[in-house]
Design a protein around this ligand. Structure first.
Ligand SMILES: *Cc1c(COP(=O)(O)O)cnc(C)c1O
Ligand SMILES: [Zn+2]
Length: 447
């Protein structure tokens, strides 16, 4: 399998040799997340349309030629990816667009898109073990899904895992961790506290780091979601893709997937990527708005290169200089997977929106809750709050006139609704209880 040719800092562009690269850029620090780049010319033939048509692997590993895993034996035995991509005529009619597609990533083995990253993370840890350079212990901090996902993949691979989650993580997710046999640390604090403690422990004990915002290989796993969207659309990509944003790794992965496909000549344009955040945790949304609304300077990508303004009003928007931080804030939303006030991968997130002339949308918790049953009733897909948030964002964009009637829209549902029953229950009424006789039934329900 081809190795990545270079790792490149998103902010300053410094390049590193894959074998000797730090997790993040040594100049930019934690903000300088790295891109994993390949020699695209030399791998073009193995990921051509016809090669993929003949490829019978129905998982994310069908794109193995552009994934950074070296040893065949490192690939975990759990079927990740190639999740359903449903077309909903009903939603398209309701919202006045040409097509609506829903990518159901809650169908992954542990119930979220995070499995795409964990599969690569665990494979990389096994690669290192095979080369005799790694300790067979993996660790991460997570709002919940990355943790349960890592625990599942570590279990399959026979690796020990240490997981740091905020004390408030939903019970289903914590239970998943324990079922898979991870060592679970409930950190008294929020996600930011869990992240800092995990980072300190990983440094001290030399564990393999599965934090997506730190380990550049993990976003490579997430990019396969975009590759599937493109392939499932017969390489005629949708006009816009909506996805929820916490740390910024999923949206960063989506962008990387589309960009790799463009490098490989499989698609000729990138969809506009629309990030959705919760009103109570929207530092990336705020940074984006600031960029658009501020007067007097030119819009510049986080990496320093120029970016086409989104609309005429943005002509004189403020610049985002390299190393300028998104302002970190508190996070308060019931959508736990995107309850992130200090997004670690903000640079990749902003680049995804900026480079594709995309946008950011913020939705309230009420809008997220009401999106859960509407999405389920419209498509059969039951998303957890952070998953349904992307749909809430689409709805909001549609009703504010942002979408054209000829547009084809994809919405990524990042996590399964069964992950967080308590919040799903808030979105619907209670079931009626009746005595086991018809008379009581007729008293209680309309027939
Ligand atoms: C992690 C997660 C997100 C957000 O992904 P980031 O990479 O943190 O931006 C959204 N939805 C679900 C279900 C998740 O698990
Ligand atoms: Zn850098």
């Amino acid at each position: 399998m081809p190795k990545p040719s270079v790792l490149k800092c998103v902010l300053c562009g410094k390049e590193f040799e894959p074998d000797r690269a730090p997790y993040t850029c040594d100049v930019c620090g934690l903000d300088g997340t790295l891109d994993v780049l390949y020699d695209y010319q030399s791998i073009k033939h193995s990921v051509s349309c016809s090669a993929l048509n003949q490829n019978r692997e129905r998982s994310m590993w069908r794109y193995r030629a552009v994934l950074p895993v070296v040893e065949e034996a490192s690939i975990p035995d759990l079927n990740v990816g190639w999740t359903p991509f449903y077309r909903s005529g009903r939603l398209a009619r309701t919202y006045g667009v040409k097509e609506v597609y829903v990518k159901d990533d809650g169908r992954n083995p542990t119930g979220s898109l995070k499995d795409r990253a964990s599969a690569v993370g665990v494979a990389k840890a096994l690669d290192l073990k095979a080369q005799g350079t790694g300790r067979p212990v993996v660790a991460c901090a997570s709002t919940g899904n990355a943790a349960s996902s890592l625990a599942g993949f570590a279990a399959v691979a026979g690796l020990k895992s240490f997981i740091f989650v905020p004390e408030q993580a939903p019970a289903a997710k914590v239970t998943q961790l324990l079922v898979y046999g991870a060592t679970v640390v409930l950190v008294k604090g929020d996600y930011a506290d869990a992240f800092d403690l995990a980072t300190a422990a990983i440094d001290k004990y030399g564990w393999y780091n599965r934090n997506c915002a730190i380990n550049p290989y993990l976003v490579e796993g997430k990019k396969t979601c975009a590759m599937e969207i493109a392939e499932q659309s017969d390489w005629d990509v949708p006009d816009r893709v909506f996805i929820s944003v916490g740390d910024g790794c999923c949206i960063g992965g989506l962008y990387k997937g589309f960009r790799d496909l463009k490098e490989l000549g499989l698609i000729d344009r990138l969809p506009k990527i629309i990030g959705v955040q919760a009103e109570g945790a929207k530092p990336i949304y705020d940074a984006w708005r600031l960029k658009i609304e501020a007067q007097g300077a030119e819009l510049v990508r986080p990496c320093g290169a120029h970016c086409a303004p989104r609309d005429p009003q943005a002509q004189r928007a403020e610049s985002v200089r390299p190393n300028r931080k998104v302002v970190f804030s508190k996070a308060e939303t019931l959508a736990d997977s995107i309850s992130v006030g200090s997004p670690r991968n903000w640079a990749k997130a902003l680049r995804a929106v900026c480079d594709t002339s995309g946008d950011m949308v913020a939705v309230t918790d009420e809008e997220i809750l009401s999106a859960i049953p509407e999405l389920a009733r419209g498509t059969g897909v039951f998303g957890e709050p952070a998953g349904a948030a992307a749909f809430a964002g689409f709805r909001k964009a549609a009703s504010s006139g942002l979408l054209g009637k000829d547009e084809r829209i994809a919405v990524v549902i990042t996590g399964n609704g069964l992950k967080d029953i308590a919040n799903a229950q808030k979105s619907v009424g209670k079931a009626v209880a009746v005595k086991p006789d018809l008379a009581d039934l007729e008293r209680h329900i309309e027939i």
